[in-house]
Write a protein that binds this ligand. Structure first.
Ligand code: C2E
Ligand code: MG
Ligand code: MG
Length: 757
């Protein structure tokens, strides 16, 4: 046992110890460099023992040996000799103190077993150490983490005070070391993720700045990737957060092992990681690097003895192709990652710069529209609807226009698609309802009685507040008869759940008393179902069918079908896009009396509409036609005359042009041909006559076919030469058609009408 003399500690000595403690801890508090404070502590201790030097030794990181941490008055060579001291029995004062975790007071190094080894003897001799007292420094768990020692040039026995001095110093060192470790941890946490030890966002940003400079110097690309584990939540939920955490650590290790030294992986939080890949030459090179990560992650992970499978979705953007700041790059990579998820997970996706620009532009335009609504830049134009049979104006359709202060009039299809499904669409829709009702009210007060229809988007009509909104708007105009108000809903739009939408339509009609039309009818995927299951009372034939009515036998048949169905289901039917007199006549022949279109009037501002109304004269051809009472076969023949004439005129016109302008399919298949192929079943006509018509039709058709082929082959001259012959063949067809008409009561007046058209 080391002897500590029983000399009591004096008050003065106690005071000194207190002062020392205060002074050193004060330095710690004001944030002095820890090394400096440790050195000061050594010096203070030395001042208490003449001819002695103090030293602090600590375990190295591997905890195998001790190394000198502070010893301001020990020669460098002595420190070097001490470094690497392995604690054990008889390993000098310090080695033994640490090993035993008990203070060692060697009073005479020359005669002490603890210093017996030759290395210690040599050391003592070289540096003149004759006594050495060492106190273990203890960490949190009271285990020794190092030693505080006073080595004396003289042999000497310690007193109680010395023991206390060493204890105090060792305690102070422990406090300083603890603080140092905490600071280190804080520093680490400021730059690294606590769970995985990966760089955090801050360090990632730092590395990014370095990488950007490098990319500029080397003209290489820099990939910023966003990696998100697929179905990670399920692992957390099913196996607990502990398993989840372990998996994240494992994933972090695998990614780190897969990427190159110059790359960085960081954890953003949760199961999200970002990667910075430098020196990328091409997108495909980057793709390969990421494939390696996916491959490495795909190998099963053993967590708590259980195998787990994980995969990741990765989005990437490449700087400087995507030339923006780090936050935006990460957002872009995140967006691409989201696409990877949507496309089925476990894959990577490259960010498309164009997509993003479109998103930004869309956002800008949306707020522009919002602003325009506030600034009252929207206006309703009104397009009349007439009854072609009576000539009466039945109503108007309100069509929105954006009167832009710089760009002028912007048509609805240039901005409505942008707001599809948004809150602005509902706000704008509400404005349309109120504006149209106000106009209707105003007209009514001026003695103008019209029906008004407005267009309602399917998103708006299906919004929760729609019915209340409409009800309130109608309440504001008690003089307006809700029967005069009509909603047009696009048949083609995603009407969602048919039952729901039908519920709304029914409430509109039965509770509020407004009419409902299915707009652009025939363009949807299941028009027949809509006609049958939706309680709309009006069907609006889409203008695209009307436009090509004369050219395209298919469109003709579609309209015929829609009109037939409307009658069968007891719906009112109106055609839009009626541009010519011929359109009107054909629609009348097919049984559709209501029409809207440029052939009647373009949509007009409210004031111009008043002038138009004042000057309106009904279309005489339509009125004349409507007066005739025609049998079904007569109607058919007129239709055939009209369509064949139209067909012939177009073929002739095309043949006369110098270049091959591309004959559409309607030249190959004409109405007459279509009809002839079906007519036999109808048994409306005399078979001998039909045979005769078929013969002249076939002649006309094969001749046209031949000439068209010449024209297409560039033999324009040859094609033109045949026109006379073609005309003769056409006249024959006309003669045969006319024969049939005369058989069914002479309708001479029609000859002039048809020539006119
Ligand atoms: P829509 O409801 O089918 O309206 C008919 C469209 O066809 C109008 O185009 C009209 O100007 C045009 N049109 C009328 N007659 C003819 C014609 O003879 N030939 C041709 N080629 N076109 C004709 P507009 O005003 O550009 O509106 C386009 C679409 O925008 C409307 O189609 C409707 O779906 C929508 N829309 C217009 N105003 C509103 C509105 O206030 N709210 C909603 N939700 N949609 C609206
Ligand atoms: Mg409409
Ligand atoms: Mg329409």
């Amino acid at each position: 046992m080391d002897k500590v003399s029983e000399v009591p500690i004096t008050n003065e000595q106690m005071e000194y110890l207190l002062l020392l403690q205060q002074e050193i801890l004060g330095k710690l508090a004001v944030g002095n460099q820890h090394q400096e404070t440790l050195d000061d502590l050594c010096r203070s201790a030395e001042s208490m023992l003449p001819n002695a030097v103090a030293s602090i030794m600590l375990f190295t990181d591997d905890k195998n040996s001790l190394t000198v941490r502070a010893a301001p008055n020990i020669p460098i060579e002595a420190s070097k000799a001490l470094n690497g001291l392995i604690p054990g029995e008889y390993s000098g004062s310090c080695g033994t103190a640490v090993y035993r975790n008990v203070a060692q007071f060697v009073s005479n190094t020359k005669e002490d077993t603890r210093w017996a080894a030759s290395a210690f003897q040599d050391f003592a001799k070289i540096f003149g150490i004759n006594a050495c007292w060492s106190m273990p420094i203890r960490g949190d768990n009271k285990l020794a983490i190092g030693s505080f020692a006073l080595s004396s040039m003289e042999k000497r026995n310690p007193q109680k005070f010395h023991k206390k001095l060493l204890e105090t110093c060792a305690d102070i060192v422990a406090i300083i070391l603890k603080r140092e470790a905490e600071e280190k941890q804080l520093k680490f946490l400021a730059h690294y993720d606590a769970l995985t030890g990966l760089p955090n966002r801050t360090l990632f940003a730092d590395r990014f700045n370095q990488a950007i400079a490098h990319s500029k110097r080397s003209n290489s690309l820099l990939a910023i990737c966003f990696l998100d584990l697929d179905n990670f939540k399920a692992i957390n939920d099913n196996y607990g957060h502990d398993a989840g955490d372990k998996l994240l650590i494992e994933v972090a290790k695998r990614i780190t092992a897969t990427i190159r030294d110059e790359d960085t992986v960081s954890r953003q939080g949760g199961d999200e990681f970002t990667l910075l890949l430098r020196d990328i030459d091409s997108p495909s090179q980057c793709e390969k690097l990421l494939e390696r990560i996916n491959h490495s992650l795909a190998q099963s992970h053993i967590i708590n003895g259980r195998p787990h499978k994980v995969s990741a979705s990765i989005g990437t953007t490449l700087y400087p192709l995507d030339n923006t700041d780090l936050d935006t790059l990460i957002r872009h990579a995140d967006q691409a990652m989201y696409h990877a998820k949507l496309s089925g997970k476990n894959q990577q996706q490259l960010f498309n710069i164009l997509d993003d620009q479109q998103i930004i532009q869309r956002q800008e335009r949306l707020s522009e529209i919002q602003q325009a609504l506030k600034n009252k830049q929207f206006e309703l134009y009104y397009q009349p609807k007439v009854n072609m049979k009576t000539g009466q104006i039945v109503g108007v359709e309100a069509l929105i226009r954006w009167i832009h202060p710089d760009k002028g009039l912007i048509p609805p299809l240039d901005f409505l698609p942008l707001i599809d499904g948004t809150e602005i669409e509902i706000q704008l829709g509400a404005w349309v309802i109120n504006e149209a009702l106000q106009q209707l009210d105003d007209w009514q007060k001026q003695g103008i009685n019209l029906e008004m229809s407005i267009n309602i988007s399917s998103h708006h009509i299906q919004s929760l507040l729609f019915l209340d909104q409409l009800n309130e708007a109608l309440d504001k105009h008690p003089d307006v008869n809700s029967q005069d108000f009509q909603l047009e809903i696009l048949e083609s739009s995603a009407l969602g759940d048919i039952e729901t939408i039908n519920g709304i339509i029914k409430s509109c009609r039965n509770v509020l008393g407004v009419n409902v039309a299915l707009d652009d009818f025939g363009t949807g995927y299941s028009s027949l179902t809509h006609m049958k299951n939706l309680s709309a009372n009006i069907i609006k034939i889409d203008q695209s069918f009307v436009r090509d009515l004369l050219d395209d036998p298919d469109d003709f048949s579609i309209i015929e079908g829609i009109i037939g169905l409307s009658h069968a289901f007891n719906r009112e039917v109106i055609a839009e896009g009626v541009e010519t007199d011929a359109h009107g006549i054909i629609l009348l022949l097919m049984g559709c009396e209501l029409a809207q279109g440029y052939g009647i009037s373009h949509p007009l501002p409210a004031t111009e509409l008043l002038t138009w109304l004042a000057n309106y004269t009904p279309n005489q051809y339509w009125l004349d036609h409507a007066k005739k009472h025609l049998s079904l076969p007569q109607k058919k023949i007129i239709l055939l005359q009209l369509t064949t004439q139209h067909w012939f005129n177009r073929v002739k016109k095309e043949l006369l042009t110098m270049e091959d302008s591309g004959f559409g399919k309607f030249f190959i298949q004409c109405h007459l041909g279509m009809w002839l192929s079906r007519v036999e079943q109808k048994e409306l006509f005399d078979p001998t006559w039909v045979g005769k018509l078929k013969k002249v039709h076939d002649l006309l058709f094969s001749l046209a076919d031949k000439l068209i082929k010449h024209h297409q082959a560039g033999k324009i001259g040859l094609a033109k030469e045949g026109i006379n012959e073609l005309e003769l063949a056409y006249e024959q067809v006309c003669t045969v058609l006319a024969q049939q008409r005369q058989n069914h009561t002479a309708q001479k007046s029609f000859a002039s009408l048809i020539t006119k058209l």
